[in-house]
Design a binder for this molecule. Structure first.
Ligand code: BEZ
Length: 252
């Protein structure tokens, strides 16, 4: 069985804020212009949507999680609560932007076809998500502890593509690749690894009773400390980012 996190806006604000705090590079790649119509695909609580809107673009956000969509709407943003994979818009956007979402999508060909259709001719798709090797140490620790307790990992269908597979799937959807990179980013977790696990590995932890959950958390932290905790006690996550800009050709 595969299940994703619940995406509670308050917990995310406390333990996941670094996700939007790291948005500077991909916002630069987006280079939103005043008056452009832009879709923020999987906008979360709207922190980056708001940044894009500040420059005068007309930004529409799509967010599946009710709590996050509500938090984004509370910022005064135009946000539709729906599943990105049901997007039916046609030739509406000059750009589609997405940060830290596409690795949760199982069917990239279907989603990319929807993005392609939703873009205007010459439109661009600007994405950052987890790439090949992302959170490898964390995923390995979860597998090891799941085995130890004889329980499922409850991993959501995460996909961490290589540049080669991402290029192929983009080209098959009709996009022309303008730029792409796959870069490791040791990501500081100011509120620790336990908080990260509570938010992003919630379905795995939720299967344990409170006392056992505490032991499981200790086991995970013990396994991870060697690779992801510094000598002075600071935690990092072993993120690898896949970033790309892909264009929809003007075939008219
Ligand atoms: C990511 O942004 O790469 C990510 C965040 C949480 C869980 C898995 C991946």
């Amino acid at each position: 069985m595969t299940k994703g996190p619940t995406w509670d806006a308050q917990l995310y604000d406390r333990y996941g804020r670094f996700v939007s705090d790291h948005g500077a590079i991909i916002l630069k790649w987006l280079d939103a212009k005043e008056g452009e119509t832009i879709l923020d695909a999987g906008c979360g609580d709207g922190a980056l949507t708001q940044e894009i809107a500040k420059g005068g673009a007309n930004v529409v956000g799509i967010e599946r999680a009710a709590s996050m969509a509500k938090a984004a709407q509370a910022r005064g943003l135009d946000v539709r609560q729906m599943d990105l994979c049901s997007l039916e818009d046609e030739a509406q956007y000059q750009a589609i932007f997405s940060n830290a979402v596409l690795h949760w999508i199982a069917d990239w060909p279907d989603l990319l076809a929807r993005f392609y259709k939703a873009l205007k001719p010459n439109g661009r798709l600007v994405v950052e998500c987890g790439g090949f090797g992302n959170i490898a140490a964390i995923r390995t620790a979860i597998v090891a502890v799941a085995k130890q307790y004889n329980v499922p990992t409850h991993a959501a269908p995460e996909q961490y593509l290589t540049t080669q597979s991402a290029t192929t799937v983009l080209q098959q959807a009709g996009f022309q690749l303008a730029r792409m990179e796959l870069v490791p980013r040791q990501t500081s977790l100011p509120n620790g690894m336990a908080g990260w696990l509570e938010v992003f590995r919630e379905p795995f932890l939720a299967q344990f009773e409170p006392a056992q959950k505490e032991q499981v958390m200790d086991d995970l932290l013990d396994l991870l400390a060697g690779q992801l905790k510094t000598q002075d006690g600071a935690w990092f996550a072993d993120y690898v980012r896949l970033r790309f800009v892909a264009k929809k050709e003007d075939l008219s």
